[in-house]
Design a protein around this ligand. Structure first.
Ligand SMILES: Cc1ncc(COP(=O)(O)O)c(C=O)c1O
Length: 384
């Protein structure tokens, strides 16, 4: 059978063997509840606190500032709604038009409760202008939430500058670092709240954390047994938390080497795919996460492209080009003003630590023919 090639690492990643190995003892052997007083419980507690300390060390923060969650959707919701509940007098939030729905939808929900949200525009590459953040800040601004790196087009945001402005104005900065954590260095001194998910960094699904700078008050969204120092009730996912820490350690230990390799793949993809007529690169050519690259092809549907590539054993994605049933193009591509006809023909390629040069060769040998075939049967003509 043909070898399958996985180029959809922004959607999720395989669990690395060393991460799986670290997790295994905590399923059936050391299965205690970390809240129990006996030795089973203490063993689980020790593992969780060790994981917390390891993550804190990687980020250069205090372990008390790390709160484990069920993933980044929960971490984003907790950061935004938890802060809103804690400071009900401040009813204005600043975010960007290209955030993940895990940030946009809590903001939209708060909007329905009477909050005002500023959705900042981005430039043609998807970058937020730090001065636009400054200009949007008001007396009642609660929070600025801007992602570290975009999950569809890869563009990196100027978090350090935005954080400096937020510090000057006394407003906390939340950043969704799901795609950036373990891929690029994060300016932690500029960040007050940070969301991370394990399954994007060769860890398990259903676990992540929220970093909360000491002194910031959040109201919990889940009430119960008072776990995670009262901020997130629910029996801790010990194997998941151990896996998250192992994945973080692995990612940071090899970050420079892996990022350099993925960056080389990205350069090659941009160079070669750019030769296909009627192609457009979405996102910044260089100021980008190393593992994500997004193209549009005139005259074809991204979905058909993904299905055809899948028939050739290659998994990539449209980058949620049509994320709703009425085939609306993605909010990210709309925000960077990709022409409508092109926004439907998008392809996101996202590489990972196990991507090989042969995988890139295989994609590059197949893609031009697939694009040509699809165009031949398309009712739209390139150039129309
Ligand atoms: C930027 C970003 N934020 C949040 C999420 C949601 O993370 P999780 O799957 O852990 O809830 C994702 C995953 O697609 C993402 O890419």
């Amino acid at each position: 059978m043909k070898r399958k090639i996985y180029l959809d690492n922004s959607a999720t990643t395989p669990v690395a063997p060393e991460v799986l190995e670290a997790m295994m003892p905590y399923f059936a052997g050391a299965y205690g509840n970390a809240s129990s007083l006996h030795s089973f419980g203490q063993e689980a507690r020790r593992a969780i606190e060790e994981a917390r300390a390891q993550i804190a060390e990687i980020l250069g923060v205090d372990p008390k500032e790390i709160f484990f969650t069920s993933g980044a959707t929960e971490a984003d919701n907790l950061a935004i709604k938890g802060l809103a509940l804690a400071d009900p007098r401040r009813r204005h939030i600043i975010t960007s038009q290209i955030e993940h729905h895990a940030v946009l939808h809590p903001c939209m929900w708060l909007e329905k409760q009477g909050y005002e949200i500023t959705y900042l525009e981005v430039d043609q590459f998807g970058r937020v202008d730090p001065e636009a953040v400054r200009a949007a800040i008001r007396d009642d601004t609660l929070l600025v939430s801007v992602m570290a790196g975009n999950n569809e087009i890869g563009t990196l945001e100027p978090i350090e500058e935005i954080g400096r402005i937020c510090r000057e104005e006394g407003i906390p900065l939340h950043t969704d670092a799901v795609q950036a954590f373990g891929k690029v260095r994060l300016p932690m001194e500029a960040i007050d709240l940070l969301s991370v998910s394990a399954h994007k960094l060769n860890g398990p699904k259903g676990v992540g954390f929220l970093y909360v700078r000491k002194g910031l008050k959040l109201i919990p969204l889940l009430h119960g047994g008072g776990h995670e120092r009262g901020l997130r009730s629910g029996t801790e996912n010990t194997p998941g938390i151990v896996g998250l820490a192992a994945a973080a350690r692995l990612a940071f230990s090899e970050m420079d080497e892996v990022a350099a390799r993925l960056r080389d793949y990205r350069v090659r993809l941009i160079e070669e795919i750019g030769k296909i007529p009627g192609t457009r690169l979405n996102g910044h050519p260089t100021d980008s996460l190393p593992h994500i690259v997004n193209f549009s092809f005139a005259g074809i549907e991204g979905e058909s492209l993904v299905m055809r590539l899948d028939e050739h054993g290659i998994a990539a994605s449209t980058g949620s080009a049509c994320s709703s049933p009425n085939l609306e193009p993605s909010h990210v591509l709309k925000a960077i003003k990709v022409p409508l006809a092109m926004a439907h023909g998008s392809l996101r390629i996202s590489t990972g630590r196990s991507t090989k040069p042969e995988d890139i060769d295989a994609l590059l040998s197949i893609l031009p023919g697939v694009v040509e075939d699809l165009r031949a049967i398309s009712p739209f003509k390139v150039g129309e």
